[in-house]
Design a binder for this molecule. Structure first.
Ligand code: NI
Length: 131
């Protein structure tokens, strides 16, 4: 495979599906994934990995619940913000007005984690798609 620069604007222009991450490249055993998002994702947790978010456009909200019965809180990530959801923490991303995001996570990580609420139809419960 040739190693060429990837223009993210072009990559975002190549798909329309929401909550359906595209793998743009890999770093060691991590995927670099991009996604268009709008509305709500699903509550879920990744038992074995942290999850890195970078907001490229718009605003992303991430609701968080620490532990069983833990209090819920929400972080707001404006354009240009990064945030890491620690492993095991239940979270639900949302973007009322839409956002474009970039994520780092180990190759093979499911976008709905290892534990999740019933997955709604608008959420793609895969491990990412090739561009
Ligand atoms: Ni997640």
């Amino acid at each position: 495979m040739r190693n060429e620069p990837i223009d993210l604007a072009t990559a975002f222009g190549a798909f329309d599906q929401l909550w359906s991450p595209r793998i743009v490249t890999r770093v060691n055993d991590y995927d670099v994934r991009i996604a268009k998002v709008a509305g709500e994702h699903v509550w879920h947790a990744h038992d074995d990995t942290d999850e890195f978010f970078l907001v490229l456009d718009g605003e992303l909200r991430i609701a968080l619940r620490d532990g069983e019965g833990g209090a819920e809180r929400e972080v707001l990530l404006r354009k240009g913000s990064v945030y890491v959801v620690p492993r095991g923490v239940r979270h639900r991303p949302s973007a009322p007005d839409g956002a474009s995001i970039l994520m780092f996570e180990p190759t093979g990580t499911s976008s709905v984690g290892d534990r999740h609420d019933p997955v709604p139809e608008h959420v793609d419960a895969t491990t990412g798609h090739a561009l």
